[in-house]
Design a protein around this ligand. Structure first.
Ligand code: TYM
Length: 327
């Protein structure tokens, strides 16, 4: 059975890009693969966070993940900081990665350009992400398109470590959805939908009410033509709606385009498909949110399961580089 690992940051609110790019596949993958999913709270710290807000977001995110269908009896769901092996292996990854290759990461370039204060952690972020993945002998990493470069770096680090120190890590590969790998902002379809734009009309949140979803999609930017066709370069707004409709209904964007001659019906159907996807998640989330103690208990169980594998991998990697085992 393949091993699957993926993670999501508890910053801002979970949006439709997260759901269609990654989370819907997490729920599917858990039934065909040995799957581990992680709320990466340490990654959130790479930019300043309000402590109370981070605590709330971490628990809320775990509840949303459970509400999307992750079953803690089937997969392993845990919080990154509960498994200290992540930071232990991250150091070895920082010492394996070159300054130049970390400096080439496009997410670092984007984010460091926007932040007033650029932490060292923001720069070494991909080394921690590589540690997350490599700790679990991961075969597949289901992510959206924006994580492609980070998973490529993880592969390079695993290969470099293995060739320097002998076979230690499984070399993972990223997997992407047929539609929805890059959901764009509804108001600016040349920029990806992102968590930092929480209140923005271009971002659909997983917890948005149906009316809000309908309004945001109705107002989505399209173009001056009226032809419905999937062509990201020439028609970014319409193509984004087709990606959303396709991903929400299990089809490719090209298949989703069939039969539409006007933007109005396309928008109405895209909104209906998104609402149909979100409603059961929101209902389940409301139940889970009423019992935070149960979520905390499930996360503790998940961390214990994760640690069993993580501690063995970290010990193997530490021994490989020549660290003396304790006692
Ligand atoms: P994060 O928290 O930004 O996003 C979580 C997942 O959602 C995907 N995603 C999108 N997919 C399609 N369209 C979008 N507009 C969109 N926005 C986000 C992301 O690709 C991701 O799959 N660095 C990671 C978290 C991480 C991780 C890991 C992932 C830490 N360690 C190990 C995989 C394996 C991140 O910031 O994701």
């Amino acid at each position: 059975m393949p091993r699957v690992f993926s993670g999501i940051k508890p910053t801002g609110n979970v949006h439709l890009g997260n759901l269609l790019g990654a989370l819907v596949r997490w729920a599917d993958d858990q039934h065909r693969a040995d799957s581990l999913y992680c709320v990466v709270d340490l990654h959130a710290l790479t930019v300043p966070q309000d402590p109370a807000e981070l605590r709330d977001s971490t628990l809320r995110l775990a509840q949303i993940l459970l509400a999307t269908g992750l079953d803690p009896d089937v997969c392993t769901l845990f919080v990154q900081s509960h498994v200290p092996e992540h930071t232990g292996l991250a150091w070895l990854m920082e010492c394996t990665a070159g300054f130049g290759e970390l400096n080439r990461m496009t997410q670092f370039k984007d984010k460091s350009g926007k932040e007033g204060f650029v932490s060292g952690g923001l720069f070494t972020y991909p080394a921690l992400m590589a540690a997350d993945i490599l700790l679990y002998d991961t075969d597949e990493v289901p992510v959206g398109d924006d994580q492609r470069q980070h998973v490529e770096l993880t592969r390079d680090l695993a290969e470099r470590f293995n060739s320097r120190h002998g076979p230690t890590f499984t070399v993972p590969r990223a997997t992407f959805p047929p539609a929805g790998a890059r959901i764009m902002d509804l108001q600016d379809p040349t920029a990806k939908m992102s968590k930092s734009d929480d209140a923005a009309p271009g971002t659909i949140l997983v917890l948005d009410e149906p009316k809000v979803v309908e309004r945001k999609i109705k107002r989505a930017v399209t173009d001056a033509e009226s032809e419905v066709r999937f062509d990201v370069a020439a028609k970014p707004g319409v193509s984004n709606l087709l990606s959303i409709l396709g991903a929400a209904t299990g089809r490719s964007p090209e298949e989703a385009a069939a039969g539409y001659t006007q933007y109005g019906p396309l928008k109405a159907d895209a909104a209906a498909a998104v609402v149909a996807r979100l409603e059961p998640i929101q209902a389940r989330y409301a139940e889970l949110a009423a019992d935070p103690a149960e979520t905390t208990r499930l996360l503790a169980k998940g961390a214990e399961k994760a640690r069993a594998t993580a501690s063995a991998t970290l010990a193997r990697a530490q021994a490989a580089v020549g660290l003396v085992p304790p006692g």
